[in-house]
Design a protein around this ligand. Structure first.
Ligand SMILES: [Zn+2]
Length: 234
C-alpha cells in the first residue's frame, strides 16, 4: 500500500477504468452474472440487435426492468473518492463499462462511457436522440414511428468511437491506470490495460480472468480499498 501511495502522489496523470464490480457494490445486479439475470433470460439473447429487431417486446421489457432497477441506486463511497481525485486533478480520465451513470451521480465529469448509458435513448430508425428514457418507458415510439432503444452498446455493436479513442490516448499517456471492479473478460475493453507504460493497479473481489501484469493488486471491495488509499494520501 505504501508504494501505491508514493506512485499516486508522484503521478501527473491517473486513468481509472471501472467495470460491473464497481456497480454491484452499490446494489446493481451484474446482468451478465447468473444471480443478476432477469427472469432467467440470458442477456446474450436479449441485449442484442437481433432482439431489438425481431423481438422488440422482450427487448423493451428487459431494458425497462434494468432502467427501473436503477431508480433507487446511489453511488457508494468509492465513486465519491474517484470524483474527488478528479477534482483534485489526480485523476485525468475516467472510463467505465457501466451504463448506470453512477460516476456522474457522484460528481465525476467527462466520463468515457465505453458501453454507452441506459439513461438516454435514441431511435433505431432515424437516430433522433432523447435526453431521457421517458418515452421508451411509456412504450411510445419515436416521432418518426421508429423503435426506441437505450444508448447502450448491444452485443454485436461497436463501442462508441470517441469514448474508445479518448480512453486509449489517456491510457497511453498515463502514469497509473487503476482497473477497478472488472475481471477483464469482455473484449475489447480487456485489451486496454496492456496499452499503458505506467503502473497498473488492480482492485476487484476476484483475480482477473487473464494474465495481466499488475504492479499492485488489491482483492476486496473497491469502496473500502479506495477509502484506505484516500486516507493515506496527503
Ligand atoms: Zn425516429
Amino acid at each position: 500500500m505504501k508504494n501505491v501511495i508514493d506512485w499516486i502522489q508522484q503521478a501527473t496523470s491517473i486513468v481509472v477504468l471501472t467495470g460491473a464490480g464497481m456497480s454491484t457494490e452499490s446494489g446493481i445486479p451484474d446482468f451478465r452474472s447468473k444471480e443478476g439475470r432477469w427472469q432467467q433470460v440470458n442477456p446474450l439473447t436479449v441485449a442484442t440487435v437481433e432482439a431489438l429487431k425481431s423481438n422488440y417486446a422482450l427487448f423493451q421489457s428487459f431494458y425497462r426492468a434494468r432502467i427501473q432497477a436503477l431508480v433507487d441506486v446511489t453511488p457508494h463511497n468509492g465513486y465519491y473518492i474517484l470524483a474527488k481525485w478528479q477534482q483534485q486533478k489526480r485523476v485525468t480520465h475516467i472510463a467505465t463499462q457501466n451504463v448506470d451513470r453512477l460516476h456522474q451521480k457522484a460528481g465525476a465529469t467527462h466520463v468515457s462511457e465505453l458501453h454507452g448509458n441506459i439513461e438516454t435513448t435514441r431511435c433505431q430508425s432515424c437516430g433522433k436522440q432523447y435526453d431521457d428514457a421517458t418515452r421508451f418507458l411509456n412504450e411510445a415510439r419515436c416521432t418518426c414511428g421508429g423503435a426506441l432503444r437505450p444508448n447502450v452498446v448491444l452485443f454485436g455493436e461497436y463501442l462508441p468511437e470517441e469514448a474508445w479513442e479518448k480512453t486509449i490516448q489517456a491510457i497511453r499517456h498515463a502514469d497509473i491506470v487503476f482497473v477497478i471492479g472488472t475481471s477483464l473478460s469482455v473484449y475489447p475493453v480487456n485489451q486496454l490495460p496492456s496499452m499503458t507504460t505506467g503502473k497498473l493497479i488492480y482492485i476487484n473481489l476476484e483475480p482477473a480472468s487473464n494474465d495481466q501484469q499488475f504492479d499492485a493488486t488489491f482483492y476486496g471491495k473497491a469502496g473500502e480499498i479506495l477509502a484506505q488509499l484516500d486516507e493515506l494520501l496527503l
